[in-house]
Design a protein around this ligand. Structure first.
Ligand code: NGQ
Ligand code: ZN
Length: 452
């Protein structure tokens, strides 16, 4: 049993002072506001709950910053994807484990305590299945276990190169499964996470480009009630191709043909009309927003204000992991809206409300729904995922309550994070994960080989 004491803590009911949190067996056993610090309490100033990165492709962390050299033609999402495929095709299971471990260490250092791993790098370099079909899933699970991050594994079903069942490209060979093979992969993936007490599983039909309607129908039951994530409408070309194929836009198609409900998460519903936004918000499905990656890839800006006004729920994901941080994602989300509307505090939710606090609360709730977590936040029964901020950081000086969150998100960024407990284990102290050094060395050795 561990007893923590916080001068102030963000509870589900709001900020509270002098909060004692009792942790037992990895979960929060008790939360006692207004408690004087007792002998044996570990004391900190400011506590927040950890958040989820609801959308990650871990292996892409290995190529962060390596696609910033302009090519001969206009650089787009599609030319970036060629670079990404080349990188993916070179990676061994050991490389994936090394890259994912450092990524998860970095996520924890930034306050992400759960990751939704949208996992599609399934097969060997020539496209043949590994002797153990779940080899790569096992490596992801190992990385989660070593780092302490909670894992929601989302094995991705990928079968085609474009809408209407087009044949996959050679560069996609490591991702491809038949429906039957995917069912086996789901079994192997369940086995891969069986020993991780905080892990759960869902499915991820990659996109309407990669999955036919019949395949989508066939694989949804394999989620067995777990989350269903899909890339929706990230690129204008994707919307145009979907219109040519079905006379409908991707989000429109999904809402009319798939059982989209609160179990679903539409990743990058970037290009959506007012009607789509209203209908999407009503389903209870989560909008999986990845503002940094969406900016990096030149995707466009999601109509977040309209979606929130319609009652929609969003969470954030680090996706390509080109840069990892809660503050960075939430800041980019708000700044995109400011640039779009030429206003300030666009997503604050109303007069007198803090933008940082509103974004944080929304991302906590949306991340939990998208990754099927019923208990999150600093409350009894939730996994003990706790983040403390450094009250001595200059951008937090003199702040209390929501102004602390604004100072973190808009000014200090990740440097404001002090300690992080994941499942009750203190894995980050003074902003450093205890595995940082080892994980960096292993990552660097792998990436040096891959870029050589
Ligand atoms: C992915 N990433 O699956 O890694 C995609 C790119 C695609 C993002 N959409 C590939 N950000 O969508 O075809
Ligand atoms: Zn993605």
């Amino acid at each position: 049993m561990t007893r923590l004491h916080f001068a102030s803590a963000l509870l589900p009911s709001g900020w509270a002072n002098d909060v004692q949190v009792v942790v037992a067996a990895g979960a929060i056993a008790a939360v006692r506001p207004g408690a004087a610090p007792a002998a044996g309490d570990e004391r900190h100033a400011i506590a927040l709950p950890g958040l989820a990165s609801l959308h990650s492709h871990a292996f892409q962390r290995g190529m962060a910053g390596l696609a910033e050299l302009r090519g001969d033609s206009t650089d787009t999402f599609w030319t970036w994807r060629e670079t990404m495929y080349r990188f993916a095709l070179a990676m061994t299971p050991d490389d994936v484990a090394a890259v994912a471990t450092l990524l998860y260490v970095e996520m924890l250092e930034h306050g992400f305590t759960r990751v939704g791993e949208f996992h599609y790098l399934h097969h060997d370099r020539d496209g043949s299945p590994y002797a153990e079909l779940g080899e790569m899933a096992t490596r992801i699970a190992e990385a989660a276990e070593a780092s302490g991050i909670a894992l929601t594994l989302l094995p991705s079903f990928y079968a085609h190169g474009s809408f209407g069942g087009a044949a996959p490209h050679h560069g996609q060979r490591r991702f491809i499964c038949s429906v039957d093979q995917f069912a086996e992969l789901m079994t192997a993936s369940r086995n891969a996470i069986a020993n991780l007490p905080s892990a759960n599983i869902g499915i991820a039909p990659h996109s309407l480009r990669a999955v036919t309607p019949d395949e989508l129908r066939a694989i949804i039951p394999l989620a067995d009630g777990g989350p269903v994530h899909i890339h929706a409408a990230e690129q204008v070309k994707e919307v145009e191709d979907c219109l040519a194929w079905s006379s409908q836009r991707p989000v429109q198609w999904l809402l009319e043909h798939a059982p989209v409900d609160h179990r679903w998460c539409l990743i990058h519903a970037t290009h959506t009309t007012d009607e789509e936004v209203a209908a999407f918000a009503k389903t209870g499905a989560v909008a999986g927003l990845c503002p940094i990656t969406e900016a990096s890839l030149g995707d466009g800006i999601f109509p977040a204000r309209e979606f929130l006004d319609a009652g929609g729920l969003f969470g954030v994901g680090t996706d390509s992991n080109v840069l990892v941080g809660i503050a960075d994602e939430l800041r980019q989300l708000e700044y995109g809206q400011r640039l779009r509307h030429r206003q300030r505090n666009v997503l604050s939710g109303g007069a007198g409300r803090s933008t940082g606090r509103t974004l944080f609360d929304d991302a906590l709730a949306g991340g939990a729904r998208a990754l099927a977590q019923t208990a999150v936040g600093l409350a009894p029964g939730a996994r003990a995922d706790i983040v403390t901020l450094d009250a001595a950081h200059p951008s937090l000086a003199g702040r209390t309550g929501d102004a602390v969150i604004d100072g973190w998100i808009f000014a200090a960024g990740g440097a404001a994070i002090d300690c992080v407990w994941a499942g009750g284990q203190k894995v980050v102290e003074g902003g450093r994960h205890k595995l940082r050094q080892v994980a960096r060395e292993r990552f660097n050795a792998a990436v040096r080989r891959l870029v050589a």
